[in-house]
Design a binder for this molecule. Structure first.
Ligand SMILES: Nc1ncnc2c1ncn2[C@@H]1O[C@H](COP(=O)(O)OP(=O)(O)OP(=O)(O)O)[C@@H](O)[C@H]1O
Ligand SMILES: [Mg+2]
Length: 382
């Protein structure tokens, strides 16, 4: 008996299918660490829930640390704003630094925290008095902190990682983007970079907060290719001396449909159905079939959670989509089925995209982000 090497619901240990992202990251890392230059564009990898965004960002982090960079990780969307989160995270990761560097940095961090205000209070104030100046609060102070950390002897570079960036507060995004723009414009060699990940609505969220978007590089994550899926299923298994026969592999790949979370679920389900095989065993299509039935319960729990998390209007929209078909559906068809105008779909549509349940497909059509959701909804109502 060997425990499952798969990771449904946990971070992936490896990220097959993301070679392009990793290669681009390595290139920028070399720019940072070898040339000591600022990476002027903020990179945002975006994709639906369960596409492997956090796993990818963690890979970036591991690689950056292996090259001696100091990394700062935040998951946006907590009570405090993005900049306060970053200040806090920087303070934590630099806690063991030499006392002279540390005390100068602590001062700058205090100035920064004061300039972005006490969370909550600052935001109410900002809503009443929208900032009229072009420099968002804290931008200069944040820039100072970035410079100081990037130049410290303790680290080869500073790499800032922001997960769930679509949940960040608008003023935090403005401050971050402005500071980065300014660092870039000054042409000072500051070895620092920002890598972020978020849902597919991240570009919209950022664009509505920040006026100049040319400093941000958006990179959509795609479903896993067949080859990447094969690697994701086979490699962990072969390492434990367990084979998959051809049919079993093909059928698991079909179930996963390129969706990383489902891939981990089905591979894990088959592994359990094969009774946690010993080295020398082979996983067969029967194991995949049994695993599929088992995994259905997990998927349904996820689907049920999404359904319960939607308002009545959002549910109506998703239900209409499910009844039209499994692939992308046109907005006009959804509106017709619901007996409303296409314009009135705007709000529930935007909310569902924000929640990561549906996404825009080609030519203004919409699709579910997880394969199998449409079938689930049809079953729910039959
Ligand atoms: N490249 C990959 N190949 C195979 N499986 C992967 C890959 N990347 C991630 N996974 C798996 O997919 C699932 C989702 O991964 P992860 O949590 O990184 O996604 P996410 O996009 O951050 O999701 P969420 O939007 O819910 O935060 C996990 O079970 C993880 O092990
Ligand atoms: Mg994530």
């Amino acid at each position: 008996m060997q425990p499952s090497p798969y990771t449904p619901g946990d971070l992936a240990r490896e990220v097959p299918g993301r070679a392009i992202q990793l290669a681009e990251f390595e290139e920028r890392l070399s720019y940072l660490v070898d040339l000591k230059r600022l990476v002027g564009r903020i990179r945002v990898d975006n994709g639906p829930r369960g596409y492997g965004k956090t796993s990818l960002l963690r890979q970036y982090q591991t690689r950056a640390e292996a090259r001696g960079a100091i990394t700062v990780w935040v998951t946006a969307g907590e009570e405090v704003g993005l900049i306060a989160q970053l200040a806090d995270a920087i303070s934590r990761v630099t806690a063991s630094w030499r006392s002279d560097t540390r005390s100068r940095l602590r001062q700058s961090l205090q100035v920064l925290t004061l300039s972005v205000g006490i969370p909550g209070v600052a935001r109410i104030d900002a809503a009443i008095h929208p900032p009229v100046t072009s420099t968002p609060s804290g931008a200069r102070e944040f820039e100072d902190v970035v410079r100081m950390v990037a130049a410290a002897d303790e680290a080869s570079a500073l790499v800032i990682l922001i997960d769930e960036i679509q949940a960040a507060d608008a003023s935090g995004l403005r401050t971050l983007a402005y500071a980065w723009q300014h660092l870039q414009a000054e042409g000072i060699d500051v070895p620092a970079a920002v890598f972020a990940a978020g849902l597919p609505n991240s570009p919209d969220v950022i664009a509505s907060a920040v006026t100049f978007s040319e400093r941000i590089a958006y990179r959509p994550l795609h479903p896993l290719s067949t080859e990447a899926g094969e690697i994701a299923i086979l490699e962990p298994s072969l390492r434990l001396g367990v084979q998959w026969n051809r049919k079993a592999l093909a059928s698991a790949l079909e179930v996963a449909a390129g969706y990383p979370y489902t891939l981990q679920l089905i591979a894990d389900g088959a592994w359990l159905a094969a009774e946690r095989p010993d080295p020398g065993a082979t996983i067969t299509e029967d194991h995949v079939r049994i695993g599929r039935a088992e995994m259905q319960a997990d998927l349904e729990a996820l689907f049920r959670g999404r359904w319960a998390n939607a308002t009545a209007q959002e549910q109506q929209l998703m239900s209409a989509m499910a009844h039209i078909g499994d692939g992308p559906v046109r907005r006009a068809d959804i509106a017709r089925r619901m007996g409303v105008t296409a314009e009135s779909l705007g709000v529930p549509r935007a909310r569902l995209i924000d929640k990561g349940f549906i996404q825009a497909a080609t030519r203004g059509s919409l699709e579910f982000t997880i394969p199998g959701f449409a079938v689930f909804l049809r079953d729910l109502e039959s």
